[in-house]
Each structure stands twice: as structure tokens, then as C-alpha cells.
Design a protein around this ligand. Structure first.
Ligand code: NAP
Length: 275
């Protein structure tokens, strides 16, 4: 298990978590702090971040920084890294978690909104990883956890057009990067959760559609964060947290696409907002 302190300097290691103001990101922040890591929390809702940072600093006697940032802004990854550099802090663990979805029809959604989505979900994680990697390699230690989704293995469907595409990108990006840097002590993992009980559904106009999803299909954010953290620390490249999502992911991979496509299309239809 990774030591929360750097063995040579004695300094506490730092976990940078995007999308830390709720759900899976907040669960990662709590987990990291409970393990004795300093945390840097990024999202847009400043009050949420401030409240969580205060709670974690008081409870675990760690340093908890926060920064309100819109990660749809192409300058944001650079600004976040400069913010930490100005505090002389390198990033030991990067958790690219911030995310949302656009459930409406692609053709009816302004291009700017789509490009903002790509900035947050694809370009942002790539940029943050590129910023922190050289120091991780130089130190011979680093962890990068990229939050994808089980939809990365699906054939897509109506609405949420960019979601499976961006999440597939995250899986392939993580695998390639891990192949490059694992031997240098930097482990990169794509995490592909199924249904997780967070604010994701409210944030993406799907709350009413999720109420009919059976409880046994939903995981908690804490379960996802715990399994992701532990398996990333063991160098696992792709993690599907939970038993049922593991079975679903294996099915999506093993069953021929012509059988799986109608099933995933009809499931996606349920979460489509539009027309
Ligand atoms: N919930 C699920 O069923 C599920 C399943 C598979 C994968 N995932 C993935 O898990 C990740 C976390 O989602 P969640 O379920 O924890 O949902 P959530 O509770 O809605 O959290 C999303 C986080 O992303 C942040 N965020 C959204 N847009 C942002 C922006 N423009 N700039 C900065 N931060 C932004 C939000 O903070 P602010 O609003 O304060 O900015 C929030 O902290 C996402 O990548 C999602 O795709 C979720």
C-alpha cells in the first residue's frame, strides 16, 4: 500500500482531485485524507469545496486546498498546476474525475456546448496528466486515476452522444499511458463504474429516469473510490468496480456486437432527454 508520506523527504504526498464537490470525487477526497494524504480539490462550486476542505483538514490533520475552476476552460489545467506550483507542491496522485453528460440530441445542441464537454472530459484529463507526469517520473512514483464509465464498452445510443466516445477515449488513453510509464513507478488506471448513486443524474436532467433503476444495480461513490484506489495502487490498468458491473462489462466485451447493440441501444433510450 502506498505510503502517504514521501520516504526520502518525509513530506505528505498530495492527491489532486477534479470534480471533488460531490459524488465520486468527494468520496476520493475523503478516502485520500483518511489515508493521510494532503488533498487539492477542484470543481466549480466553491462553497462545497471549502466546506469539504475544512472538514477534511480538521478531521484528519492534513492540508486541504481548494480552487473553484471551470474545467471546460482550456486554460484551466495549466492554471490548476500553476496554483499548486506556486505553493511548491507536486502532484503525487491525480484523479481525473470531473464529468457530466449531455442527454439531449446532438444536432439540437450548440457546438460550443459539445466542445466544452470535450474540453472537460477528454482534453482536460490529457492536459493534467501531461502536466504532472514529468515530475512523477522523475520521483519514480505517481498514480493517475481516470474516471471512465461502463458505457465505454457499449455501442452507444441516442443522446449522450459524446459520453461513450469520451469514456472509450479515457480507457484507451489510460492503457497506452500505463504501458509507457508503469515501469517508472507511475500507475495509470481507467475506472469504469456502472450506476453510482450521486448527483450525476440530477446534474444531467435524468433524476426522474433513474428512480426506476433498481437499488441493487447502484453502487455508492465510496465503494467505487475504494476499489479504484486499491486496484490502481496494485497497477491494475482497467477497473470495473463491483460484481454486477464486472459481469456487465465482460458481457459487453465477449458477446458479438450485433447481439449487444440492440440491448445497449434500448437501455440508452431510457436515459435520452429530447425530441
Ligand atoms: N454516477 C454514475 O452513475 C456514473 C457512472 C459512470 C461514470 N461516472 C463518472 O463519474 C464521474 C463523477 O461523476 P459523479 O457520478 O460523481 O457525478 P456528480 O456528483 O455530478 O459529480 C460531478 C463532479 O464534476 C464536477 N464538474 C462538472 N462539470 C465541471 C466543470 N465544468 N468544471 C469543473 N468541475 C466540473 C462537479 O462539480 P461542480 O458542479 O461543482 O463544478 C462535480 O464535482 C464523472 O466523470 C462521470 O462521468 C458516473
Amino acid at each position: 500500500m502506498t505510503d502517504a508520506r514521501n520516504r526520502s523527504s518525509g513530506e505528505r504526498r498530495l492527491a489532486l482531485i477534479t470534480g471533488a464537490s460531490s459524488g465520486i470525487g468527494a468520496a476520493f477526497a475523503r478516502l485520500a485524507a483518511a489515508k493521510g494524504f494532503d488533498v487539492a480539490l477542484v470543481a466549480r462550486r466553491e462553497e462545497r469545496l471549502e466546506q469539504l476542505a475544512r472538514e477534511l483538514a480538521a478531521k484528519y490533520d492534513i492540508t486541504a486546498r481548494f480552487r473553484s475552476t471551470d474545467l471546460c476552460d482550456p486554460e484551466a489545467p495549466n492554471a490548476v498546476c500553476n496554483w499548486l506550483k506556486s505553493a511548491s507542491r507536486g502532484v503525487d496522485i491525480l484523479i481525473n474525475n470531473a464529468g457530466y453528460s449531455i442527454p439531449q440530441p446532438f444536432a439540437a445542441t450548440p457546438l460550443e456546448r459539445q466542445l466544452n464537454y470535450i474540453e472537460l472530459s477528454v482534453t482536460g484529463p490529457v492536459a493534467l496528466s501531461r502536466h504532472v507526469l514529468p515530475d512523477m517520473i522523475a520521483r519514480g512514483f505517481g498514480r493517475i486515476i481516470n474516471i471512465s464509465s461502463i458505457t465505454a464498452f457499449s455501442s452507444g445510443g441516442k443522446g449522450h452522444t459524446l459520453y461513450p466516445a469520451s469514456k472509450s477515449f479515457i480507457v484507451k488513453f489510460s492503457q497506452s499511458l500505463n504501458a509507457e510509464v508503469a515501469a517508472k513507478g507511475v500507475f495509470v488506471t481507467a475506472v469504469c463504474p456502472g450506476f453510482v448513486d450521486t448527483e450525476f443524474q440530477q446534474a444531467n436532467n435524468m433524476a426522474d429516469k433513474m428512480t426506476s433503476t433498481p437499488k441493487f444495480l447502484k453502487q455508492t461513490a465510496e465503494e467505487v473510490a475504494k476499489e479504484a484506489w486499491e486496484r490502481n495502487d496494485r497497477g491494475v490498468e482497467v477497473v470495473v468496480p463491483g460484481l454486477l458491473p464486472k459481469i456487465a462489462a465482460a458481457t459487453l466485451k465477449l458477446v458479438p456486437e450485433q447481439i449487444v447493440t440492440p440491448i445497449t441501444r434500448s437501455a440508452a433510450e431510457k436515459y435520452y432527454v429530447g425530441d
